[in-house]
Design a protein. Structure first.
Length: 307
């Protein structure tokens, strides 16, 4: 697919020249704690790609805050703190969570005066009982599997400056929402919201997640690469997280590992790939910034919207 005409396209060697830094506020060990299970992001990527992005985001937040101040002065209203919301989207297994956690760490490091928080839209999936009641357990991750009303209400409360806003917590261990457990978002300067649906336009909603985001990032890669990363991650989890008896896949991983891997392949073909093609990838060109990855999660291109 050709690059969209409304984006500037940069190779990594070009992008790194937009902001120079002598140091990276991470070690290999601390980066290992941030990145997803099979993500191959390097300290060089942090320096060349993500630190310039962080400083671009700082310019965006400055303009955003200036505009909020100008608007309240024009309307003769009291100036109030409005959080700058960054949306991060892309397929499963493409590296969204790594990007989100990395930006949270870097923004907090370079701008310690700002309160930065992170949330994932996974917490707004309907719980398993509700998905089964609706007969859409096999569409988990599709737009209809999310409680969009609750997600929109959450973002509206955060954007309005309400303190201590609760977000449900999803567990990848038990593959379900954890009852009576919440993340608390308390008037941040910057909120990062990560999920496959942050750029989607559900047909039954008048207000969308993207209406609340002030800058959006899409993590992109070819479908066959994402499938490979998805299956690689699943196989590695077979030897680690799936060894925990409380894990959703524990019995399957221990009874027949070949069957478990085949199930993962079936899930990719019947659920994740159709969802990517139908609902996720079409939203790519709604993002302000696109990070395109090649083999081994190598960043090839960075696309920035022109207008």
């Amino acid at each position: 697919m050709a690059n969209p005409i409304n984006y500037y396209t940069f190779k990594k060697d070009e992008w790194k020249n937009f902001y120079h830094t002598q140091s990276v506020p991470l070690t290999k060990e601390s980066l290992k704690q941030i990145k997803a299970f099979n993500d191959q992001i390097s300290l060089q990527d942090v320096k060349d790609v993500y630190i310039p992005i962080v400083h671009l985001l700082d310019l965006c937040t400055q303009n955003f805050n200036d505009w909020q101040k100008t608007k309240t002065q024009f309307l003769d209203k009291e100036n109030r703190k409005v959080p700058f919301i960054i949306g991060i989207s892309g397929s499963v297994a493409v590296g969204k969570s790594t990007t989100a956690r990395l930006l949270e760490v870097l923004l907090s490091h370079f701008f310690p005066e700002k309160k930065v928080q992170l949330i994932t839209t996974d917490g707004f999936l309907y719980n398993t009982k509700e998905l089964e009641r609706r007969g859409i357990m096999q569409q988990k991750g599709f737009p209809e599997s999310y409680d969009m009303k609750a997600l929109i209400n959450f973002l509206n409360e955060v954007k309005s400056g309400k303190p201590n806003v609760k977000a449900p917590v999803y567990s990848h261990e038990v593959y379900d929402i954890i009852p009576n457990r919440y993340d608390i978002i308390d008037r941040p300067d910057i909120l990062i919201i990560e999920g496959i649906n942050t750029l989607q336009l559900p047909s039954n909603q008048q207000i969308y997640v993207s209406d609340f985001t002030d800058f959006s990032i899409y993590i992109d890669a070819d479908d066959d690469l994402i499938e490979k990363w998805y299956l690689d991650r699943f196989k590695k989890l077979m030897d680690t997280a799936f060894q925990n008896p409380s894990n959703y896949y524990y019995e399957l991983a221990h009874s027949n590992s070949d069957k478990a891997v085949q199930m993962a392949k079936d899930v990719w073909q019947s659920i994740n790939l159709p969802n990517l093609k139908e609902n996720i990838k079409p939203t790519k060109t709604r993002a302000d910034l696109i990070i395109h990855k090649g083999e081994e999660h190598r960043i090839d291109n960075i696309l920035l919207r022109k207008y």
